[in-house]
Design a protein around this ligand. Structure first.
Ligand code: DLL
Length: 435
């Protein structure tokens, strides 16, 4: 079985890879400077022009781009091509009610599909596989990203999307699925459901699982591999940069995720100071896209915490490996695959009369499903009201959060002044999940 999808590019010797990166980076800088007013202004503020870049190291002279910049340009302000060139639009949660919007040209979709096809092959999948794609289809990039990659590979893709777990298990059994793509927590939930349905995963044909979109751990890999009887592979991506397939582990080493460096340049910075850190150090991942047309991003601060490993890998790929994500440098949490910022919940709460701006989010995991409890103080008067009033207020909070953010939560109203105050940064999230 082929172990590469695009051997030439996946195994480019580093000097050739860096020469290619430099050419592509120069083109990208020129293009965004000419077409996106935001970059023209931000480069000017930093006193740089694209022509200043002669080496890859000089990228650090250019300013960062942040999620806030994307929000301030909502919806299309950072697009580098006219809207009529955009063939697909995706979005993910922003820090306020508005999502972060990304657009793809036909060429962007072509590249994304190739990188996902490469990722499938790195994970040990190939033409002939039956790929059970339980990532959500929709504005989220997981479903369609994996779908196009699977088709490009020539595999048979089952576009089942998320939910309706009993049916998922029946289809996996009856259709003979060999590869499973979903979030790691959903895979464990499937295993539980299967057990209660009397279905034995060892009798299924599943061989590989490609799991990402949320943090997980080596311990969880062990659990998934034994419960689902497959090789569990970590895949990373984010909508701003592309979607799934920015980086993936190879099945040979399962040690670090190869980041496709002919399309992306990674850097690691100190999230507090923005200072560039040396290879091997742990810090915030910053990514520059060097082939994207629709919405190229220069030094995008992902907020994901990892490190870079340039040592050669036993699989033969020359692309740098990023360590499994160890957390985020902001307060974003991922609940059942949905990205949630405490500030989004806060903006829902402040819009509701009788609710105080003191709240705590308790995140936990029961039976492999994430749960969210929103504890919030209500004013004296409401608290002394009848239980019916309190209950209907709690239901209203739950409904508004569901409508705004797409997450199901349980609201718990508490007495005034019971949530602990802080003298510095307030603690808004208690994450009890043991990954
Ligand atoms: O989660 C894209 C994706 C889909 C990746 C399917 C992998 C598989 P967003 O919704 O924009 O995009 O969320 C991106 O999710 O910044 C990380 O914080 C987190 N994340 C994604 N993959 C991993 C992973 C998709 N393997 C945000 N490990 C990122 C840990 C991950 N965190």
């Amino acid at each position: 079985m082929a172990i590469f999808y695009n051997e030439e590019f996946e195994t480019l010797p580093r000097p050739a890879l860096e020469a290619l990166q430099l050419t592509r980076l120069k083109n990208t800088l020129e293009r965004v400077y000419a077409t996106v007013p935001f970059y023209r202004a931000s480069f000017r503020r930093s006193g740089v022009v694209p022509g200043d870049l002669k080496t890859l190291e000089e990228l650090q002279r250019f300013p960062f781009t942040t999620k806030k910049d994307m929000r301030d340009s909502y919806p299309y302000g950072l697009f580098a091509v006219p809207l009529r060139e955009i063939v697909r639009i995706h979005a993910s949660s922003g820090t306020t009610g508005k999502p972060t919007v990304v657009g793809y040209t036909g060429e962007d979709i072509h590249v994304w599909s190739e990188l996902m096809a490469r990722s499938f092959v790195a994970a040990g999948a190939h033409k002939g596989d039956i790929i059970h794609n339980a990532y959500g289809y929709g504005l989220f990039t997981g479903g369609l990203g994996a779908h196009y990659g699977a088709e490009r590979l020539g595999a048979s893709v089952i576009p089942i999307s998320g939910g309706n777990t009993k049916r998922q298990i029946m289809i996996m059994q009856d259709f003979g699925s060999t590869v499973l793509t979903c979030t790691p927590s959903y895979s464990l939930y499937m295993a539980e459901e299967a057990r209660s349905e009397g279905v034995d995963f060892r009798k299924l044909r599943l061989r590989v699982g490609i799991f990402g979109a949320e943090p997980w751990s080596e311990a969880m890999r062990g659990e998934i591999e034994s419960k689902l009887n497959l090789d569990a592979i970590d895949i990373y991506g984010l909508s701003e940069i592309m979607g799934p397939g920015v980086a993936i582990e190879c099945i040979q080493a399962k040690h670090g995720l190869h980041l496709w460096e002919d399309h992306f340049i990674p850097e690691i910075i100190n999230p507090e100071t923005g200072e560039l850190l040396p290879a091997g150090a742990t810090g915030e991942l910053v990514i520059t896209t060097i082939t994207k047309q629709g919405i190229p991003l220069i030094r995008y601060r992902t907020r994901d915490v990892t490190s870079l490993n340039y040592e050669p890998c036993i699989c033969g790929r020359t692309h740098v490996r990023i360590a499994r994500m160890s957390g985020r440098s902001d307060d974003m949490i991922i609940i059942r695959g949905v990205n949630v910022f405490p500030s989004q919940i806060e903006s829902v709460l402040v819009g509701i009369e009788g609710v105080e701006p003191h709240y705590l989010l308790i995140v936990d995991r029961h039976d492999n499903l994430d749960t969210l409890e929103v504890q919030v103080e209500v004013d004296e008067q409401i608290f002394s009201d009848e239980i019916k009033v309190l209950q209907s207020l709690a239901r209203r909070i739950e409904k508004e959060i569901k409508e705004m953010l797409g997450v199901t939560c349980k609201a718990k109203l508490v007495e005034p002044r019971t949530i602990q105050r802080s003298e510095g940064k307030a603690t808004r999230v208690v994450d009890k999940r043991k990954l």
